[in-house]
Design a protein around this ligand. Structure first.
Ligand code: NI
Length: 568
């Protein structure tokens, strides 16, 4: 049998507590301002929306309930183009002159109208008419009250040049600027000012986005005039839409910034407040248009919109195999060709017959037909041993070990040559790896666990290992093959397996001086000590982390160490 030389990769074994580096987004501190329009929608709002679109600026619209019902299409457009929709009461009453109940009705009644028009569950910020509200009213409001720090007096001047000048003179970083889109002069003046101020480094965002980017919270019933500068979290990155051919259509995958919900439509409609929340890949049929945004709040705090149009079917990804140092590609569809390149860059060429490839190469490939769109570009590394690996690159600590384990048949890839090295290993998966490392001994009979279906390789592995005393089930008659394997369980399993293989070294003292020794279960202590003294398991930073889980790569590495121990 092949003599295993497992090299320095083990040095890095069980350094499990690797955390992703903090997403240090170099936040450039741009000047931000929120431009707001009250009393509309009106006959000039459409023109304003056109102008804002052209300038790539977003605004906040505090609309009147009495007008929103008249300009329903404009309300819809506001929500679909990434602006913020807010509530400016129903009839523009001075709320200080009304009873608290009547004032509340002015605001909440308008909420109802806006919900009906815009859909979704996004709460609307309030701008009380004339900035007037009593403490008693604000206490009952379920959203923040947004006032302003720059009053352009646009209603008084009705002069575009004067409005533009007033904005430019008074604006500061964090300003909330008051305007009214029911005057043509206000629309003209605002657009002119935005265009010039953008050149000075201003970015015009909605009120919600202004507070989000500055890391400032807004609370219901509190009044806000301008936003303090608390740094810049940056704009929300636009999501990416990718697809691959599946039976019956295209499977769409949308990826976006971590922790930010994604919303989408797949019928070509714009993304309003009622867009669907993305929960995972879905299948569509061509022709079709998919749109997506990442949004902290669909009401004005969202990324730019990603759009993908699919007019015709997509080619299936070709299968790839390596025979005698040559790559073979196989397409799924008639009349489809495979294009590939070796290396990170350079032109693709059409695959004609088998293609010779050096080990250690990186190969990119896709299929395309006359009537199909290209399949996604697949990437594989061709290892020195001739393993094709799509998700294991040579810079990974486990590259050598996984390559070796694949060659020995301890692990098997899925159809797209993926091994999922970073996935958490389950009890059943470990059983399978050990069974394969044992050379898949024949075994027959019924698996004694109610949750293990007979007939699979995993069932055979569990049956064989249980008979050898290597694996144990639970008192309730289950094996729980899908449960994550604990590190102290691994210690016991490997110890007994080694014993079965005739390796029963005496225990050495002082092999396991872990800082968390007290957390190692009593039953596991001898095994943890033994595996540590034999150099098969080790802790990280002085801790063993007995109840912690392992990745597939870590488990494979430990199994290879055992095999090497047996051979020595
Ligand atoms: Ni007003």
């Amino acid at each position: 049998m092949l003599k295993l030389r497992i090299i320095a990769v083990f040095m890095a074994l069980f350094t499990t507590l690797m955390s992703a580096p903090a997403a240090a987004r170099a936040a450039e501190n741009t000047k931000l301002a929120a431009i707001t329009f009250d009393d509309g929608p009106g006959p000039y709002t459409d023109e304003l929306l056109d102008g804002l679109k052209e300038l790539g600026a977003h605004a906040t619209f505090f609309v009147l309930g009495s007008r929103a019902g008249v300009y329903t299409e404009i309300v819809e457009r506001i929500t679909q183009e990434g602006h913020q929709l807010g509530n400016h009461s129903y009839s523009h009453a001075d709320l200080n002159k009304l009873s608290v109940d009547a004032a509340l009705k002015e605001m909440t009644g308008t909420d109802g109208i806006l919900y009906d028009l815009a859909g979704g569950g996004s709460p609307f910020c309030y701008r009380v008419p004339y900035g007037n509200s009593t403490a008693a009213l604000r206490e009952k409001l379920g959203s923040p009250v947004v006032l302003w720090s720059v009053d352009t007096l646009d209603w008084k001047y009705k002069d575009a040049a004067q409005v533009e000048k007033n904005i430019k003179e008074d604006i500061k970083d964090g300003s909330i600027i008051l305007l009214h889109d029911i005057f043509s002069t206000s629309v003209q003046g605002a657009l002119a000012a935005i265009e010039d101020l953008q050149k000075e480094g201003y970015e015009f965002v909605t009120v919600n986005e202004l507070y989000r980017r500055r890391g400032a919270a807004m609370e219901a019933g509190m009044a806000y005039y301008s936003c303090p500068n608390g740094g810049d979290l940056g704009s929300i990155p636009q999501p990416e839409i990718t697809s691959r051919a599946v039976e019956g259509g295209r499977e769409i995958t949308i990826t976006g910034p971590e922790g930010v919900p994604i919303y989408y439509t797949s019928d070509g409609s714009p993304i309003g407040f009622d867009a669907q929340k993305y929960t995972g890949p879905f299948t569509v049929q061509e022709p079709c248009t998919v749109r997506a945004v990442a949004a902290v709040n669909l009401n004005g705090s969202r990324s730019g919109e990603a759009e993908a149009q699919f007019d015709r079917p997509q080619a299936f990804s070709p299968a790839i195999s390596l025979e005698g140092g040559k790559l073979e590609f196989k397409t799924a569809g008639d009349g489809e060709s495979v294009y590939f390149r070796v290396g990170e860059s350079g032109p693709y060429r059409q695959a004609q017959g088998a293609a010779a490839v050096k080990s250690g190469s990186y190969v990119c490939f896709y299929a395309q037909g006359e009537n199909t769109d290209p399949s996604p570009v697949e990437k594989v590394w061709v290892s020195e041993r001739g393993t094709l690996m799509a998700d294991i690159s040579p810079d990974k600590w486990y590259y050598e070990a996984m390559d070796l384990a694949a060659q020995l048949g301890y692990i098997e890839p899925d159809k797209s040559n993926r091994y999922y090295p970073d996935s958490t290993i389950s009890r059943g998966e470990l059983a399978q790896i050990i069974y394969r490392a044992q050379g898949k001994p024949g075994v027959s009979g019924e698996v004694p666990y109610e949750d293990v279906k007979s007939g699979t390789e995993q069932a055979k592995a569990i049956l064989w290992g249980s008979r050898q005393g290597i694996f144990e089930g639970y008192g309730d008659g289950t094996f729980r093959p899908d449960s994550p394997l604990e590190r102290q369980e691994l210690a016991k399993i490997l110890s007994i397996w080694l014993k079965v293989r005739g390796v029963d070294s005496e225990q050495q003292d002082g092999g396991a001086e872990y800082l968390d020794w007290a957390e190692v279960s009593q039953w596991a202590r001898p095994w943890v000590e033994k595996m540590t003294s034999m150099g098969i398991l080790e802790g990280s930073g002085g801790y063993f982390d007995p109840r912690g889980t392992l990745t597939a790569a870590q488990a494979v590495t430990a199994v290879l160490r055992c095999v090497e121990t047996v051979q020595n």
